[in-house]
Structures are given as C-alpha cells and as structure tokens.
Design a protein around this ligand. Structure first.
Ligand SMILES: Nc1ncnc2c1ncn2[C@@H]1O[C@H](COP(=O)(O)OP(=O)(O)OP(=O)(O)O)[C@@H](O)[C@H]1O
Length: 240
C-alpha cells in the first residue's frame, strides 16, 4: 500500500493535558478511511496535528512521502492537504461562487489537467451550487453550505481531503447526498478521511476505520470486517 499519510507514535498535548497517546494512523492513495470516537476522544486533535495547526509533542507525521511534523498549515495546503472543517467556516457576506473561488489561487499547480477540480466540475458534483451561485452563502440550507465547504476544499486540488463531522446537524437525506459523492471524489485519486459520529455511516462509507478512545487507537481494520459489537467496545471502553 502506497501511503499518502503516515502517522507514527503521535503524541499531542494542550499544556499539561495529553490528548493523544502514541497514535498510529495511515491512509493509502485513493482510500477512504473513517475516524470514529466519542466526544473528546481526540479526533479533532489528530486532524489538527496532521494539518499543522498544532505541533506534536512526540512522533512522526509524513505526508506524500515527506516528514511534515513541523510543516505549517499553509505549506501543507500547497502540498495537497485540504480540510472541510467542523462548522464549515464559510465566508458570510460572500456569494457561493466567491466562497469557491477563494481556494483557487492557493491550490496545487502540479495536477494533471484532466484531474483538476474546476468550478464547472464542482457544479457537476453538486448541481444546486450552480443554480445558487450568485446568492450569499448564508442564504443556503445547512446541507448546501456543506456542499460549498466540500467544493471549496476540492478546488485546492487535494491529494488528501480531511472531512471533520460533515454530517453534524444535517438531515439524513442531505448527508446521504453528500456521502454518495465520495466515490466520485476518490476516483480522481484523492484519499479521504471522514471524522464521523454516525458509526454505521462511517462503516458503510469507508474502506477502513480507526476508533479513538481517550487519545488512543482502540480499533483499526477493514470496515467491512469489523462488527458493530467490536466497535462499541472500542468506542466506549471495555467496561461499558
Ligand atoms: N484547545 C484545547 N485546550 C485544552 N484541551 C483541549 C483543547 N482542545 C481539545 N482539548 C481536549 O482534548 C481532548 C480531545 O479533544 P478533541 O477535540 O480532539 O476530541 P474529539 O474527538 O474531536 O471530540 P468532538 O467529537 O467533541 O469534537 C478532549 O479532552 C478535549 O477537552
């Protein structure tokens, strides 16, 4: 397996509080990996370390074959790491189209023309964004705003797309609509990490999954081989 991201022995802390303990995490090119775990398990901390928003206290992170443990976030975007952040963080007061364009000039330039994400390709992926392209982004429904957030991240031409709880607060129908697009996104070679509270959805949408509990990986493996009972033990701990 050719790993696009390799995390070895990662530890991270906020002051005296250790949030991650010797985390091992890996994703191959074109793979979809789910990261699950209860509130406070450390999922966002892992994403923050991978995206350069916090510095690990120990361990190694390698992205696209290079050590990136100390690489700042903006440099990682240019190397092909993009994030759909929790809560979307769109630019209010700007149109749907301008929210998408924001990412274009910070994107990778070394991508084959046929594989490049363009605004017309984002419109094909999420046609409603074409219909509503001139509207202020805050006038869109939560699900449509999430589509803008995904589209914006894709326009950075990521090798790896990190999606932090994209289903949060959205109706199941629109969540399904967004998740149905993952195969199309990975078909272009983009690997995808989904952080997801809905365990069944995480399982059915991914090739492999990792479960975190109190900062430690308690389970990992192919999603189709892992049963819900094993997930429950790893998610809540052996004493639940
Ligand atoms: N800025 C911070 N300062 C101090 N502690 C923090 C900070 N951010 C997170 N933590 C703590 O680190 C631990 C892991 O938090 P993290 O946000 O990574 O969990 P999570 O799995 O993403 O949870 P959630 O699903 O609620 O987002 C928690 O105990 C949390 O309280």
């Amino acid at each position: 397996m050719r790993a696009i991201l390799k995390v070895r022995n990662l530890c991270a802390a906020y002051g005296d509080f250790q949030a991650l303990f010797n985390v091992e995490f890996e994703i191959a090119a074109g793979e979809v990996v789910a990261l699950i775990g209860a509130n406070g398990a450390g999922k966002s901390t892992l994403l923050k370390a991978v995206t350069g928003l916090i510095s690990p206290s120990a361990g190694e992170i390698a992205f696209a074959g290079e050590s990136t443990s100390r690489t700042p976030a903006h440099a990682l975007v240019r190397k092909g790491l993009a994030m759909v952040p929790e809560g979307r963080r769109l630019f209010r007061g700007m149109t749907v189209e301008d929210n998408l364009r924001v990412c274009l000039d910070r994107s990778r330039t070394d991508v084959e023309q046929a594989l490049r994400w363009t605004i017309p390709r984002i419109h094909e992926l999420f046609p409603v964004l074409k219909e509503r392209r001139r509207e202020l982004v805050e006038r869109l429904s939560g699900g449509q705003q999430q589509m803008v957030a995904v589209g914006r991240a894709l326009l950075a031409q990521p090798r790896l797309l990190l999606c932090d709880e994209i289903s949060l607060g959205l109706a199941p129908k629109v969540v399904k609509e967004i998740y149905q697009k993952l195969p199309e996104i990975r078909a272009g070679g983009t690997s995808i990490v989904i952080v997801e509270q809905d365990v069944s959805l995480a399982k059915s949408s991914s090739d492999r999954l990792y479960c975190l509990l109190e900062g430690r990986v308690t389970l990992s493996g192919p999603s189709c081989e892992i049963g819900l009972e094993a997930i429950s033990r790893a998610y809540f701990g052996a004493h639940s």
